[in-house]
Design a protein around this ligand. Structure first.
Ligand SMILES: NC(=O)c1ccc[n+]([C@@H]2O[C@H](COP(=O)([O-])OP(=O)(O)OC[C@H]3O[C@@H](n4cnc5c(N)ncnc54)[C@H](OP(=O)(O)O)[C@@H]3O)[C@@H](O)[C@H]2O)c1
Length: 294
């Protein structure tokens, strides 16, 4: 069913995804957007969340707020669960109480990553003990959101990068230009997803009265190594890249080896999938190159 939001609250609006999400809703003259983030909006505080909802009275809330430092979550699991789990549940309760629809963002890290076919929305999530601390905290968030706001929509995405600030493509370009050695993992497979493309998808989903879980990423798949090669090729940088295994690149948090999400539900709902990751990263490089020339 189609619906038209009039007052949209974007939480975590200064983040990688929150920034383009607030922008895309803000470009619609029929929508009044409230873009909030720390410190004025802390989703771990039920009082602050309730006060913000009472003041703005949104009819749609998009929760992009999260504690996303995946490796740091291993040492700070309590904080991760408080923001990504309890905090998400607090937002869901406030949305439910205020009669607002909710879109909540989740992640491929709720899966263990040992599949060989794309994960569908109804594929069972992994037992918490087999996930990273970040994955456990995000899984808790999904459970809290579903419990407190049964009509909420949970959007799982993966391998996000944005037009500004840190991120995988920016790190690869910086290292290549600095002449640093490039060693990139070649045994993790996923779908790189450009945050402005996901934000545009959230805008479309905000106009559908849908609930449950939906997977949204750019189309296609690659490894981090093949993603790096494509970034360098598009940027015209001829730099050697060494393919390494996850075992050669130890990190505190466990990463899913295979995190491709099946996005057919999204494509059927809105009429088309997101563009391919190749096209998206080409757009990123074009923007990046024109920005550095200006
Ligand atoms: N990045 C990825 O590769 C990826 C992949 C799959 C799914 N996701 C999910 O996508 C969503 C957006 O991620 P992102 O990459 O845009 O993250 P991000 O850049 O870290 O943005 C998250 C925002 O939330 C804010 N925040 C943190 N704690 C908060 C709190 N207690 N109350 C209110 N705001 C708080 C952060 O503020 P500070 O910066 O000041 O902490 C930041 O502005 C998250 O749900 C994440 O789990 C991300």
């Amino acid at each position: 069913m189609r619906t038209k939001p009039k007052k949209v609250m974007v939480i975590g609006a200064c983040g990688l995804l929150g920034t383009p999400t607030a922008a895309v809703f803000g470009r619609d003259p029929a929508i009044d957007v409230e873009a909030v983030d720390l410190p004025e909006m802390d989703i771990t505080s039920a009082e602050l969340v309730r006060a913000s909802f009472d003041a703005f009275r949104p009819d749609l809330v998009v929760n992009c707020a999260a504690y996303t430092a995946v490796d740091d979550c291993e040492e700070n699991e309590q904080l991760a669960c408080s923001v990504n789990g309890t905090g998400a549940g607090i937002v869901a309760s406030a949305a439910e109480a205020g009669g607002a629809r909710m879109i909540h963002i989740s992640t491929d890290y709720v899966f263990e990553g040992n599949a060989s076919e794309p994960y569908s929305e109804d594929h069972p999530t992994a037992p918490p003990a087999r996930l990273s601390a970040y994955g456990r905290s995000k899984l808790l968030g999904e459970q809290q959101v579903r419990k407190n706001h049964p009509a909420a929509l949970i959007v799982r995405t993966a391998w996000l990068y944005g037009p500004d600030g840190p991120g995988f493509p920016a790190a690869i370009l910086r290292r290549a230009r600095d002449g640093g050695e490039l060693r990139v993992v070649n045994d993790q497979t996923g779908s790189p997803t450009y945050a402005p493309d996901l934000a545009a998808a959230l805008y479309k989903l905000g106009h559908h009265d849908v609930s449950g879980i939906i997977h949204v990423t750019n189309s296609g798949r690659c490894t981090w190594y093949s993603f790096a090669l494509e970034i360098l090729r598009l940027a015209g940088l001829d730099v050697p890249v060494r393919s390494v295994s996850t075992a050669e690149f130890p990190r505190p948090a466990k990463r899913p080896a295979f995190s491709v999400l099946d996005t057919r539900r999204y494509a059927q709902l809105v009429g088309q999938p997101l563009r391919t990751w190749h096209d998206a990263v080409a757009a990123y490089i074009a923007d990046h190159t024109s920005a550095t020339k200006r």
